[in-house]
Design a protein around this ligand. Structure first.
Ligand SMILES: [Cu+2]
Length: 209
């Protein structure tokens, strides 16, 4: 009888651990980029209706105020374009901007993944406006949508972060390790809880019989 209970306990614990890992693992994945306007290395000749990034999963705008979301468009001299406002729709983040003189540009984007993690990166593109394009002037500072300061809600950039670590490294390295630790730790905790519960039940049964 006792042996049967022990085998049952071990089996239950293993099953629970496996279920926890299966359920928890997908929830801890970052969103990743599946499309953008412009795409990396693209040459634009006509102003796009909007500049955007699209990920594989929904974006997490928990407070509904766009906190943690931003798109900045810069020319090679560090001048900014657009009004700094972003719109968040399902898997996409977008902004409207009129570019300036022809040249190399960067689109910096930052968003909050479905798993609550902030991810960011940049897309490099070239602007070769055709004769019909109306060009705009660069701004010295990041534009603030609706009068708020974009810089206040923006986490440290590479230049402010200690030891110049970039976002990609910390996201794919440190955070993934932390996520794995959380998943494994949770599984171990559940196995222990299940083991204790089954032990208590078996003691109770033994006393009753
Ligand atoms: Cu994540």
């Amino acid at each position: 009888m006792r042996r049967v209970i022990r085998v049952g306990a071990a089996f239950s614990a293993a099953t629970i651990a496996a279920l926890v890992l299966l359920v928890a693992a997908p929830a801890y994945a970052h969103n990743y980029l599946v499309d953008s306007t412009p795409t990396e290395g693209e040459t634009l000749t006509v102003m796009p209706d909007e500049f955007s990034v699209t990920t594989n999963d929904t974006l997490l705008d928990l407070a509904g105020d766009g906190g943690g979301f931003a798109i900045q468009i810069l020319d090679s001299n560090g001048g900014y374009y657009g009004d700094g406002c972003v719109s968040i729709r399902d898997e996409s983040l977008s902004t409207m901007a009129a570019l300036g003189d022809a040249g190399d540009y960067r689109m910096l984007w930052q968003l909050v993944s479905a798993d609550g993690h902030t991810i960011s990166d940049e897309i490099n593109f070239t602007w070769q406006p055709d004769a019909d394009q109306v060009l705009s002037e660069a701004m010295d500072a990041p534009p603030a949508c609706g009068g708020g300061s974009l810089e206040e809600s923006t986490p440290p950039t590479a230049s402010e972060a200690p030891e110049g670590s970039d976002t990609d490294t910390s996201e794919s390295g440190v955070n993934v390790d932390a996520e794995t630790a959380v998943v494994v730790g949770g599984a171990i905790a559940l196995v222990l809880i299940a083991g204790v519960a089954i032990f208590l039940i078996s003691v109770k049964r033994k006393n009753e019989s």
